[in-house]
Design a protein. Structure first.
Length: 242
């Protein structure tokens, strides 16, 4: 009975420690990404509402299952019915520019207090599909000191070349979760999401994106994380003795 009481007390103490140590996570601010799942437009369509094709021409396409495609394109969206594709066959457009770039500026000024504390972290994720070794996909994030996204700050983030989701040439390449994270520069008020396809061959960019999401959170305090880890260890040891 006494051991059970001690266990209950330890569990309660650890729960309180976790709440106090990681309570900053409650301050997380979700990114307000326009048309993050590409469901706004009737597919197939050139471009995507809320996103700007900065490489010029008809380089990006909102597409859906059953639209013209290549054999290695995904069979369906990762979520919903639409996704964003670099494949010009979706609308029958001519050869795309290289690289293909589309972008969106996102207002993060509502998180100004956290950002200006110098302890803000961007956690960003999306779904990706690619099984063409000739088409390299990237996601870049840059930060600006103004909401309009004109005054660039240092501290860009990038995925680098995103790992393919299947072997080269595999039909109907599957979707896989990809992402990036990093510090948000103090004084940032907006960020730009930039999607890039660099083609090493061919005229169609067979890389695909869907379901973007992200949030700005406080960087966890090392001391708080250590306390949580200690509690987990103590609970494990206590249960092992029972």
């Amino acid at each position: 009975m006494k051991r059970l009481a001690h266990g209950a007390l330890l569990t309660s103490a650890c729960a309180l420690t976790s709440v106090l140590s990681l309570s900053g996570a409650a301050e997380a601010g979700a990114l307000s990404i326009n048309n993050a799942g590409f469901e706004t437009d009737l597919a197939p369509a050139v471009g995507a509402t809320g996103w700007s094709i900065s490489s010029g021409g008809t380089d990006w396409f909102t597409t859906t299952a059953g639209a013209p495609d290549s054999a290695n394109d995904p069979a369906a969206a990762a979520g919903g019915v639409n996704w964003l594709s670099g494949n010009r066959l979706a609308t029958g457009a001519g050869a795309s520019n290289n690289p293909q770039i589309i972008e969106q500026v996102v207002d993060i000024s509502s998180d100004a207090a956290l950002i200006d504390s110098g302890d803000a972290l961007l956690d960003f994720s999306f779904m990706f599909s690619d099984s063409d070794q000739n088409d390299e996909g990237f996601v870049n994030v840059s930060f600006f000191s103004d909401v309009a996204g004109t005054a660039l700050l240092a501290g860009d983030l990038t995925t680098g070349v995103i790992a393919p989701t299947a072997a080269d040439g595999e039909p109907r390449a599957p979707w896989a979760l990809r992402g990036l994270s990093g510090d948000v520069p103090s004084s940032a008020r907006s960020l730009k999401i930039e999607l890039v396809i660099n083609r090493l061959g061919g005229s169609a960019g067979n890389a695909h994106f869907d379901d973007f999401s992200g949030e700005i959170t406080p960087i966890p305090e090392p001391a708080g994380l250590a306390m949580v880890a200690l509690c987990v260890g103590l609970l494990g040891a206590f249960r092992a003795r029972r």
